[in-house]
Each structure stands twice: as structure tokens, then as C-alpha cells.
Design a protein around this ligand. Structure first.
Ligand code: PLP
Length: 231
């Protein structure tokens, strides 16, 4: 199937469930993005700052860019002018830097806290306790130019659907708890980013509001970027 067909069928499938599609275009050329754009897609996800900055420069300005990979503090400044949503916030230090750069551009930058849900060794993501600790920190409550609009997680890369489902379920449970305790009055805290090509159906069943899909739209990546590599 073509990129156009893939976008159309995915949108049909997920929009009935009120879920938004993040088309993950990392490693893919601008022509591929433009084909998806022509099919109506407006949200694109990248995991490398440099690549996103170059694509942003050359592509239509009504594209919403989402950073889905890990972000290093010293690179925030390059995306601060235009980024729509940062999915992978995993430290207070990073949030402080995003806030600082957002002030320079006189904007509020939306972020998701990345929560560690997989049963794998990875450097990225907050544990449940760490997420709570961050939200309780005095320094966090003083940040005026970042807005936490939800949570993000990456399930284990395994063949076991039951395990994946449980990981998504745990993330949704944490999301509901955090919403009640910290964002009860904030309608903007509503996004749950979970699910990729291999597991988005399960993620939607468990309450995802954003799914991040790359290879099911654009085909396999020739240069297989890791899911969550260093930026
Ligand atoms: C690459 C990537 C995706 C998309 O993965 P596919 O398996 O190609 O759908 C989703 N989320 C993150 C964080 C990624 O890095």
C-alpha cells in the first residue's frame, strides 16, 4: 500500500476512537512526508533534533512537530521556537531548560512525562515514584512556560500481547491517578501517548489518545534508528 493509503486507513481506524495519529517520519525523506501531508496528515514525529530542524525548515509551516525520542538539554534551544509537543521528558533538569528556552520565545511548550513501563534495560523514562517526585517538586510548580499535558510510554519489544497490554494498562492507571491528584482542574492534561506500529491497537484499547506510528505508514526504515536513542 502507498503512504496515502496507509494514512487514510489508519486515520479511519483510529479517529473513530478519538485518537490522534503521530506519523513518525524519522529517517524518511521530505517527499514521503509531503505525500502523507497531501493525504491530510499534519502531526509528524521525529526523534533527532537536527533532522527535525531541517525538515521543519523545508516543509509546510502548518505541520505540528512532535519530538518522540530522548532529548538532551543542550539541544532544546534548536526546537524551542516551533516544537508542538515534546513526548520524552524524563527529568526536572530537562523541564527547567525547556522552560528557559520557552521564555526566550515567549511561548508555553507542551510536554509529556515519559514513564518507564517496559520490562527492559533502558536509560530513559521516569519510574512511577520519580514522576510523582517531579510533580511535587517546588521547582517544578514554579515553571510557567512549560505545560505537562500527559504521559508517554514505550511498551516492551516482545511478542507477548498480554504483557504489552498490562504495561499499557499500568500507564493508563498512573495517568488517571496523576490526573486526579495534580491536574484535576486542568483540561489540558489529557494526552496518553502509547502505541507504535506493532502494538497500537492494544494501546488504543487501553486508552491511548496519541499513537506514534512509523513503519506502518512509511515502510521499514533502512537505517534502523533505535526506539529511544540519544539525541
Ligand atoms: C521510531 C519510534 C516510533 C515508531 O515506531 P514504528 O515501529 O516504526 O511504528 C514510535 N515511538 C518512538 C519513541 C520512536 O522512536
Amino acid at each position: 500500500m502507498s503512504i496515502t493509503d496507509n494514512i487514510k486507513s489508519l486515520k479511519n481506524e483510529i479517529e473513530v476512537a478519538d485518537v490522534k495519529l503521530v506519523a513518525v517520519s524519522k529517517t524518511k525523506p521530505n517527499e514521503d512526508i509531503l505525500e502523507a501531508y497531501a493525504a491530510g496528515q499534519r502531526i509528524f514525529g521525529e526523534n533527532q533534533v537536527q533532522e527535525m530542524v531541517e525538515k521543519h525548515e523545508h516543509l509546510p509551516k502548518d505541520i505540528e512537530w512532535h519530538l518522540v525520542g530522548h532529548l538532551q538539554s543542550n539541544k532544546v534551544k534548536y526546537i524551542a521556537p516551533f516544537i508542538s509537543l515534546i513526548h520524552g521528558v524524563d527529568s526536572l533538569k530537562l523541564l527547567v531548560e525547556i522552560n528557559k528556552q520557552a521564555i526566550k520565545h515567549n511561548r508555553v511548550i507542551d510536554c509529556l512525562l515519559q514513564i518507564y513501563i517496559a520490562d527492559e534495560e533502558t536509560k530513559f523514562g521516569l519510574g512511577f515514584d520519580e514522576a510523582i517526585e517531579l510533580l511535587e517538586a517546588q521547582e517544578f510548580t514554579e515553571l510557567q512556560n512549560v505545560r505537562i499535558v500527559g504521559l508517554m510510554g514505550i511498551a516492551s519489544n516482545v511478542e507477548n500481547p498480554k504483557q504489552i497490554k498490562e504495561e499499557f494498562y499500568e500507564l493508563k492507571t498512573l495517568f488517571d491517578g496523576i490526573k486526579l491528584s495534580y491536574f484535576r482542574k486542568e483540561d489540558s492534561f489529557k494526552e496518553l501517548s502509547m502505541g507504535m506500529s506493532a502494538d497500537y491497537k492494544s494501546a488504543i484499547e487501553q486508552g491511548a489518545t496519541l499513537v506514534r506510528i512509523g513503519s506502518d505508514i512509511f515502510g521499514k526504515r533502512v537505517i534502523p534508528h533505535l526506539k529511544n536513542e540519544e539525541n
